[in-house]
Design a protein around this ligand. Structure first.
Ligand SMILES: Cc1cc2nc3c(=O)[nH]c(=O)nc-3n(C[C@H](O)[C@H](O)[C@H](O)COP(=O)(O)OP(=O)(O)OC[C@H]3O[C@@H](n4cnc5c(N)ncnc54)[C@H](O)[C@@H]3O)c2cc1C
Length: 382
């Protein structure tokens, strides 16, 4: 399989890199401290068409492939994980199930504003009682005439509390299957629906500028026309969405790995100890060489998984491998990047301090490292 990027993809990468370096990076520390994204950044991302990348032009998208979306996420992740996850969660998790499982009428209704970045959709699967065991949901939706009545709580939901948060795509229990397991259905709940309350932003270890909320549903009513996909197909459709999303998280983690290489190479050339740049100490240079190996390998892993997805081939195993490898690589590289910076690495004015806090969640969100190992060992017949 050819993993070379096309000239158009290379050109697009350069455009996003320039935006990341010129617009995002200078604001990253302030956004992290403020705990929210600068609207200038979101507006420019919207203007560049990033929120519509993988959707066709007839619904306002750019008609690009999944690899191209991941390139954008990697480049943003190189300077600011909060910005990168905002894009990943809005497109890969929020809007993607509407595109994949929605009717033409639902596409017309929701996708143009999502693709334009005027609204962001969020993905409501995890609940306070558990995320890895996705089938054990408690949020219920009951039919009353031609409306769903929704009750329950969702935990750790990204992008639900922003000015431009337009809707959450939920997974809710809508009945019982003949085998006794829950029937799970996806339902779109627009922001502002009475009975749908967005909680306060969580105080997180990292990803400070990314919006993460608890969502509470108390008798929230939406028309049955907001059902996404077949009734009872909600768990399978969400798991498939997460499988794709893992490739994008691997791309984000690759960006963080690359950011560590770039920051450390620059610092190690400038910082002097014992009369010479610390880059001259093999102990330091080798740490940076190992970071480069991790960034390179993580990139190959996500590009291979994305190439399979784009070619319509099975990709679940490759996505799990990419997500596991890249997220653990990011945690290791961020820890080593702080070490290369010495005491300054522990100071917030250096990006590696933020990278260190931001890296950890990559081993948790969209399937923990343990769950990735379960999936990979199962793929080996274990
Ligand atoms: C910042 C942030 C943003 C998020 N955004 C979203 C979002 O937008 N939408 C959404 O739906 N969710 C979101 N999540 C939730 C995230 O996907 C879950 O946190 C994750 O899936 C883990 O679920 P949990 O937290 O309930 O942990 P648990 O499932 O309770 O796991 C706890 C521990 O047990 C381990 N474990 C569980 N089951 C097994 C098993 N079978 N074998 C081995 N080990 C196991 C886990 O690996 C973990 O170490 C977000 C989380 C965070 C932190």
């Amino acid at each position: 399989m050819d993993l070379e990027l096309s000239p158009e993809q290379e050109e697009f990468r350069k455009i996003v890199r320039a935006f990341a370096e010129e617009v995002v990076a200078p604001r990253a520390e302030a956004m992290d401290r403020a705990g929210r994204l600068d609207p200038v950044v979101l507006d420019q991302m919207a203007g560049m068409g990033l929120f519509g990348l993988p959707f066709p032009e007839e619904v306002g998208g750019m008609g690009a492939d999944y690899t191209t979306l991941c390139l954008a996420i990697e480049e943003l992740g190189r300077v600011d994980s909060s910005v990168a996850i905002t894009l990943e969660a809005a497109v890969g998790l929020g809007a993607m199930p509407i595109w994949r499982y929605g009717t033409p009428e639902q596409h017309r209704r929701w996708l143009p504003r999502l693709a334009a970045g005027e609204q962001l959709a969020s993905f409501g699967l995890t609940e306070p009682g558990g995320g890895s065991d996705a089938g054990a949901l408690r949020t219920r939706a009951t039919l009353d005439g031609d409306e769903w009545v929704i009750d329950g709580t969702k935990a750790f939901i990204t992008n639900a509390g922003l000015d431009r948060s337009g809707m959450v795509v939920l997974a809710a229990v809508t009945g019982q299957r003949p085998d006794g397991r829950s029937e799970i259905t996806n339902i779109v709940v627009p922001a502002g629906t009475p009975g749908y309350r967005v909680g306060r932003a969580y105080a997180k270890v990292g990803w400070h500028a990314s919006d993460t909320r608890e969502l509470v549903f108390e008798g929230a009513r939406v028309p049955v026309a907001n059902t996404l996909g077949e009734r009872g197909s909600g768990l399978g459709n969400f798991l498939r969405t997460l499988e794709e999303g893992r490739i994008a998280v691997a791309a984000l983690a690759t960006g963080l790995c690359q950011g560590c290489v770039d920051e450390c190479a620059r610092y190690a050339r400038e910082r002097q100890a014992f009369g010479r740049p610390i880059a001259g100490f093999q102990a330091v240079a080798f740490k940076i060489a190992d970071m480069e190996v991790r960034a390179h390998t993580a990139r190959l892993a996500w590009q291979r998984a994305a190439a399979r997805l784009d070619a319509g081939q099975p990709f679940s195993r490759e996505a799990a491998i990419a997500k596991l490898y890249a997220s653990e690589a990011a945690v290791t590289s961020a820890r080593e990047a702080v070490q290369v910076h010495g005491g300054y690495g522990y100071m917030e004015e250096f990006p590696v301090a933020r990278f260190y806090r931001d890296a950890k969640v990559l081993e948790i969100g969209e399937g923990t490292s343990e769950v990735m190992r379960v999936l990979i060992s199962r793929s080996l017949g274990l």
